[in-house]
Write a protein that binds this ligand. Sequence first.
Ligand SMILES: Cc1cc2nc3c(=O)[nH]c(=O)nc-3n(C[C@H](O)[C@H](O)[C@H](O)COP(=O)(O)OP(=O)(O)OC[C@H]3O[C@@H](n4cnc5c(N)ncnc54)[C@H](O)[C@@H]3O)c2cc1C
Length: 500
Amino acid sequence: MSNRQTKSDVILIGAGIMSATLGTLLKELAPDWEIKVFEKLASAGEESSNEWNNAGTGHAALCELNYTSEKPDGSVDISKAVKINEQFQVSMQFWSYLVSSNLIRNPQDFIMPLPHMSLVMGEKNVAFLKNRFEALSNNPLFHGMEYSADPATLEKWIPLIMKGRTSNEPIAATKIDTGTDVNFGALTRLLLDYLQTKKVNIEYKQSVDDIKRTSDGLWELKVRNVESGSVERHTAKFVFIGGGGGSLHLLQKSGIPEGKAIGGFPVSGLFMACNNQEVIEQHHAKVYGKAPVGAPPMSVPHLDTRYIDNKKTLLFGPFAGFSPKFLKTGSIFDLVTSVKPHNLVTMLAAGAKNVSLTKYLIQQVMLSKEQRMADLRGFVPDAKSEDWDLVVAGQRVQVIKDTNEGGKGTLQFGTEVITAADGSIAALLGASPGASTAVQVMLEVMQKCFPQHIKEWEPKLKEMIPSYGVSLVQNPELIKEIHALTARALDLNGEPQPVV
Ligand SMILES: Cc1cc2nc3c(=O)[nH]c(=O)nc-3n(C[C@H](O)[C@H](O)[C@H](O)COP(=O)(O)OP(=O)(O)OC[C@H]3O[C@@H](n4cnc5c(N)ncnc54)[C@H](O)[C@@H]3O)c2cc1C
């Protein structure tokens, strides 16, 4: 047991994209606040935020079919797509500010321009895609989207996917060139490097094991050095639980009533990574398909060009599966130990409701490499097994809670910010749309937890995020300005630089 005790304004638990984003926002808005970060792994961005653990899609609803739904009359509801796109524009503006202010030097260290495409097969799906295209392309947020059902055009757009395709089934795609590939791992590290220059104390290999309220209204964290086992106590006025899959357990330890009757459902992920440079060079897009029947929305298959470790690469997946761990580096007891008296009924209800989903996920885990290759060949007909390797991706812990619409134990696919009534502690749960909307979600944390400062912070917030407080979809001129500003600042106009 060590005697070290410290007192700070803010403690961020976890060194992933969420804590990194909140820390950076707070440092810009309240430079004098003392901020500490505790991370149990040896470096930053090693769990879900790591570039190999997520798909790196800058989610702007340009290609993800699950963000638009078909209404009974056949028309397409784009409201969710609009919301996600607006949220992504907030991230893009903040990242542009970081580059323009030299807090991050080279945007291509974390973001690259990449066409986003949706691809469907079969008459019904083609009709849906056409309707979706018509609904989206009239909206200025989705300006520049193209549609084609012409095989010759598709061969130009996606030669690798069209090569060797013998089926006569109707096929169609949409394409928009303003999509992005984001290396969230690199971004996390860049932000934390910057924070370190601003005297933010980031301590690695330090696991937060407990969180308690003190009699004077502060939060006291029990922090254990994972190597030596020594324990320290650190207090703060405000704590952000940014532990990714580890957040639910920490929220439960805090004991706040807002964290009761909430559970987590872990979904594991697997990618197939191409190891043949010749194949990699034949593809240049993120191509999203439709989720198979019975599959959860996060298992939509996609074939993505990625920029990782300064190299162009190609990933297919993610294949969703079941694992009881809440973090990739977590424990097989994570799911069981997250069940408490206050969420037992919610969890049991969720278990009963999601038998078929659980069965589907377990079946997915059991798939052999050859069975996964068969899925890949739906995208790349002549894919060869020796060109593809399996890569284990991150864990996503979906929130389970009781809702008015879904009843007890409803599985949620979005992110949830849980805050104490007095705003002294906040936790982020859930996984989608994830890292892409980190800035918007952290603004929400600040609005809930620091309402007394928001007025005084507003001018700086508007400098960092020019659309702050304004609905973009109702301001087409502002959309144009923001698109131009972010494309220029993040170097997204031209072809990506050649990578070695
Ligand atoms: C397969 C997959 C694909 C995805 N694809 C996309 C995508 O294409 N686009 C997108 O925007 N998002 C995507 N996401 C989601 C995105 O990766 C996450 O939303 C995001 O990375 C979460 O960031 P975080 O900071 O909350 O968590 P993490 O990055 O997981 O960071 C949490 C950190 O907290 C640490 N920690 C946990 N418990 C403790 C503790 N007790 N003490 C100290 N430290 C602790 C962990 O070690 C970890 O470093 C994907 C996720 C997965 C798994």
